[in-house]
Design a protein around this ligand. Sequence first.
Ligand SMILES: NC(=O)c1ccc[n+]([C@@H]2O[C@H](COP(=O)([O-])OP(=O)(O)OC[C@H]3O[C@@H](n4cnc5c(N)ncnc54)[C@H](OP(=O)(O)O)[C@@H]3O)[C@@H](O)[C@H]2O)c1
Length: 219
Amino acid sequence: MKIAILGGTGKEGAGLGYRWAVAGHHIIIGSRVAERAEAKAAELTALLPGFGEPLQGMGNVAAAQAADLVILSVPYEAQKATLEEVKPALVGKLLISVVVPLKPPKLSQVWLPEAGSAAAEAQQLLGEQTRVAAAFQNVSAEHLLDLNHAIACDVLICGDKAADREIAAQLAQDAGMRGIHAGPLVNAGIVEGLTAVLISINIRHKIKHAGIRITGITD
Ligand SMILES: NC(=O)c1ccc[n+]([C@@H]2O[C@H](COP(=O)([O-])OP(=O)(O)OC[C@H]3O[C@@H](n4cnc5c(N)ncnc54)[C@H](OP(=O)(O)O)[C@@H]3O)[C@@H](O)[C@H]2O)c1
């Protein structure tokens, strides 16, 4: 799949993009500044000798236009401006949001926007012509660039269409994790809020990669 990652110059987007490139996807790193995206794509490509050119860099709008699937990986404060800019390029596409609405400096306290979640707010802004799903909010960027490090957590996926959640589940698997269907987009606030809980756990245990695992699934 051709996947654009808006804000893919950051730790989370770059880490996920790197793992998806290894799995065979074509990744377009997006940035407000095309040169920054190109530099990040080159940096990640250099880590993958023998893989050809699985990553390229573009401005956010060009990246969204060129892709089949778009990932939103910017800080919550940047979500509205980023989406307003790329909105026409997202028509008919699926946007998967990894955004966590945190309110600095209290990152360990749950804070959710009026819409109920960052993902629901994105859906409101984009309208019915774009489908929004939420996933990867609870996956720390810490070890994503280290392929020898298993990412020992599950990915909770919220979205109104099962087929869209399935696409995210496949991406979770491609990045070395298990994707779990966690219900409609209205559930995304709980999943986004869990990240503040994980940050609290990280602080308490002096780590950077606490994650969650769902038990009881046998199929
Ligand atoms: N880091 C983690 O461990 C982690 C884990 C789970 C979820 N998340 C969530 O994933 C998203 C990305 O996380 P991250 O750590 O990669 O974030 P980040 O490094 O702070 O930002 C990602 C990219 O967003 C763009 N950006 C930053 N500020 C912006 C602004 N004011 N306006 C427009 N664009 C801006 C930047 O790209 P350009 O300057 O190149 O445009 C930046 O490289 C966040 O919502 C975060 O809460 C992060």
